[in-house]
Design a protein around this ligand. Structure first.
Ligand SMILES: [Zn+2]
Length: 372
C-alpha cells in the first residue's frame, strides 16, 4: 500500500493528522528541516532527531550534481548515507535549476542546464527527475513542475500551469510505486483562483498520495499568499496531506496551518541560525548584537535545546563574534527545535480545539518580547 494519511481532527480549517510511510509515521502539522546536499548543515543526524524532526528534505538538484544519484544509489540510498532511517522528501530539482544553474534552456520536454559547480551539462525531464528521486530512495517524490515566476500575467500563468499539468502526468507514469512510498503533485496557477482550480482538477484526475501548493513565497507577500491558500486548500481532498513548499517564518507557518496546510519546508531556521538570528518565544534575536555581550540569561527560557539549557546569550554572542563554528551549530539546533516545538504546539491545540487561542498567544508573546 502506498503512503497514506489519517486525519485525526480539525479546528476551523486547521488539521492534525498522521502520515504513514515506509520509514515511519509523521505527525502533522510538520516542519521538514532542509538537508540540501545530504546534510542538514552543521547538524549530525542524531542532533536533527533530537530537535523532534520526523521527516527531512533533500534537494535533487544538488544531489544529482554532487555526489550524483547513481553514486547515492550504489551507497545504499540517502537514508543509509545520511544515517537518517526516517522519511525523506526530495524535491524535483526544477526550482533550483531555475534559481541556481547557468545557461538553462526550457523546452516542452524538460530543461537543459549547466551545473553551477563545474559548468557540466545536464538535462532534467519529468522521467529523469522521478528516476533520480527513486535512486536517492526518496520516501516522498515530487513531480517535476515549473514554479511560475511572480508576477505573471494570466496567459503566462496558464501556459506555465498547463505545462506543469502535462509534466505531472508524465511524472506519475514514470513513478514506480512501492509500499509506504508516495508521489506528490504540485498545484500551480500563480495568484489566479480559476487557474489554481484548473490545476487542482488536473492533478486530482491523475491522482497523487499528497498535494503540494507551489509557486508561493516567490515575492507575492504574506497577504496574497494567504489569499491563494484560502482558495486552494479547500480544492484538495481531506484525506491527503497538503504541503506548502518553501515556507516560511514561524508567523507564516501559523497562518498557513490555520488555512489547512499540513507540511512545510524552508531554509529559514537553518540559514538564520548560521547568521546569528534566533527565532524564539520572545521574537527574533540577532546574537551579534552588542547588548548580548554580558547577558547571562538563556537565549529562550521556554526552550529545552542545548543552546538554551546549557549556555547564556553572552556565550552565543561570543561564539559568533569570534567566528567559532559552534555558534552556527548551536543556533541551527535552537531554531530547528523552536520550529518543531511550534508545530507540536499547533498539533496539540488543534486536537484540543484551541488552535486560534494558541496562535494568538504565540503572536502576543513575540510582540511583547525584547526582540532585536
Ligand atoms: Zn533553544
Amino acid at each position: 500500500m502506498s503512503l497514506s494519511f489519517t486525519l485525526h481532527g480539525t479546528d476551523g480549517a486547521a488539521r492534525a493528522g498522521t502520515m504513514h510511510t515506509a520509514h515511519g509515521a509523521v505527525p502533522t502539522p510538520v516542519f521538514m528541516p532542509v538537508g540540501t546536499a545530504g546534510t542538514v548543515k552543521g547538524m549530525t543526524a542524531d542532533a536533527v532527531r533530537a530537535t523532534g524532526a520526523s521527516v527531512i528534505l533533500g534537494n535533487t538538484y544538488h544531489l544529482m550534481l554532487r555526489p550524483g544519484a547513481e553514486r547515492v544509489h550504489a551507497l545504499g540510498g540517502l537514508h543509509r548515507m545520511m544515517d537518517w532511517p526516517g522519511p525523506i522528501l526530495t524535491d524535483s530539482g526544477g526550482f533550483q535549476v531555475m534559481s541556481l544553474s547557468k545557461l538553462r534552456k526550457m523546452d516542452k520536454d524538460g530543461v537543459t542546464f549547466q551545473s553551477h559547480i563545474d559548468g557540466s551539462r545536464h538535462r532534467l525531464t519529468p522521467e529523469r527527475s522521478i528516476d533520480i528521486q527513486h535512486k536517492l530512495d526518496a520516501t516522498i517524490t515530487m513531480v517535476l513542475d515549473e514554479c511560475t515566476p511572480f508576477p505573471a500575467t494570466p496567459d503566462q500563468a496558464r501556459d506555465s500551469m498547463e505545462l506543469s499539468s502535462r509534466w505531472a502526468a508524465r511524472s506519475k507514469a514514470a513513478f514506480v510505486p512501492r509500499d509506504g512510498y508516495g508521489l506528490f503533485g504540485i498545484v500551480q496557477g500563480s495568484v489566479y483562483p480559476d487557474l489554481r482550480k484548473a490545476s487542482a482538477d488536473a492533478l486530482l484526475d491523475i491522482g497523487f498520495e499528497g498535494y503540494a501548493i507551489g509557486g508561493l513565497a516567490v515575492g507575492e507577500g504574506q497577504e496574497m499568499m494567504y489569499q491563494v491558500l484560502d482558495v486552494t486548500a479547500p480544492l484538495l481532498p481531506a484525506d491527503r496531506p497538503r504541503y506548502l513548499m518553501g515556507v516560511g517564518t514561524p508567523d507564516d507557518l501559523l497562518g498557513a496551518v490555520a488555512r489547512g496546510v499540513d507540511m512545510f519546508d524552508c531554509v529559514i531556521p537553518t540559514r538564520a541560525g548560521r547568521t546569528a538570528r534566533a527565532y524564539t518565544s520572545q521574537g527574533v534575536f540577532n546574537l551579534r548584537n552588542a547588548r548580548f555581550a554580558d547577558d547571562d540569561r538563556p537565549l529562550d527560557p521556554a526552550c529545552a535545546c542545548p543552546a538554551c539549557s546549557r549556555h547564556a546569550r553572552a556565550y552565543l554572542h561570543h561564539l559568533f563574534r569570534a567566528g567559532e563554528m559552534l555558534g552556527p551549530m548551536l543556533l541551527t539546533w535552537h531554531n530547528l527545535h523552536y520550529y518543531q516545538a511550534l508545530m507540536a504546539g499547533a498539533r496539540a491545540t488543534i486536537l484540543a480545539g484551541q488552535f486560534d487561542n494558541y496562535a494568538v498567544g504565540v503572536r502576543a508573546a513575540w510582540a511583547a518580547g525584547e526582540s532585536g
